[in-house]
Design a protein around this ligand. Structure first.
Ligand code: UTP
Length: 269
């Protein structure tokens, strides 16, 4: 098995209901933070981490997302004619090389785990990354790059999830880690609990939207039942890895995460 992480899945098939009415016609991932859409931050982070293949799990009404990564010949010609080379370069950074990008449809929003499973045929026998573009992370070294370095440093085995400390009263909004051994930036995980109440949470170390997963997670998702909220949860499938291999790690990244899936987080970002 090749152990290098070169593929990333971007699940973007959610309904984005917290941003209605905007998301009635605009995919959440196309919403703009300063001068670029959320999805561009995720792509830039993946590129910096050495990702070569970008797999989008999309759904109906997300065609603006596909167009965003296409080339824009008329616009490019106009900028070229006007000698606006800086803008031309900015524009070119958004178009993706043919074959580097793939789109898979999730027909029904059955949850994050299901969205990742939809991309299973594009993942061979190698670890892969999952990036949720809702989570925008400001960091000197991009978060996924930090994770891949740590993953390779730890022998490129098992799964790794990005983790951060959250206030105890907020545990019910996250997947929470039950820590087996705390090694500083890296923690080994005994259990993962989806959205526990504050008084039942095993820690305040929360999983956020960056993952490195082994292909066996996809086999687990294959056989998965609906978990919390009637959805197929990615957390449940990763938790299963702990039972079978014990190789699940949390990684405390260096940087600041903004939850751009919520209005407050988006404003803060
Ligand atoms: P969220 O939990 O933020 O859901 O999904 P959402 O539908 O995007 O937004 P709200 O809660 O209705 O406002 C986290 C990530 O998982 C993807 C979303 O697109 C987002 O990137 N997702 C979620 C899917 O791709 N498919 C799903 O069925 C659910």
């Amino acid at each position: 098995m090749s152990r290098k992480v070169t593929k990333a899945i971007f699940p973007v098939a959610g309904l984005g209901t917290r941003f209605l009415p905007a998301t009635k016609s605009i995919p959440k991932e196309i919403m703009t933070l300063v001068d670029r859409p959320l999805i561009q931050y995720a792509i830039d982070e993946a590129r910096a981490a050495g990702i070569k293949e970008f797999i989008f799990v999309t759904s109906r009404g997300k065609s603006a997302l596909e167009d965003y990564f296409d080339s824009a010949p008329e616009l490019e010609a106009a900028l070229e004619q006007k000698g606006k080379t800086d803008l031309l370069e900015t524009l070119r950074q958004t178009s993706m090389e043919s074959g580097a990008i793939a789109y898979i449809r999730q027909q029904r929003p059955l949850g994050l785990g299901h969205a990742v499973w939809c991309a299973r045929r594009l993942i061979a026998d190698e670890p892969f990354a999952v990036i949720l573009p809702d989570d925008v992370i400001a960091a000197e070294t991009p978060c996924l790059q930090q994770m891949i370095e740590a993953y390779e440093g730890a022998g490129s085995k098992g799964c790794m999830v990005a983790a951060m400390e959250v206030p105890q009263e907020r545990t019910s909004s996250y997947g929470i880690l039950d820590v087996e051994e705390d090694m500083g930036a890296l923690v080994s995980v005994r259990k993962m609990v989806e959205k526990p109440k504050a008084e039942e949470a095993p820690s305040n170390l929360a999983v956020i939207g960056r993952y490195i997963l082994t292909p066996s997670v996809l086999d687990t998702l294959d056989a998965a039942d609906r978990g919390a909220g009637g959805e197929i949860q990615l957390t449940d499938a990763i938790a299963r890895e702990i039972e079978t291999t014990q190789n699940v790690y949390g990684f405390r990244f260096r940087g600041q995460r903004f939850d751009c899936g919520s209005k407050a987080g988006f404003l803060q970002a």
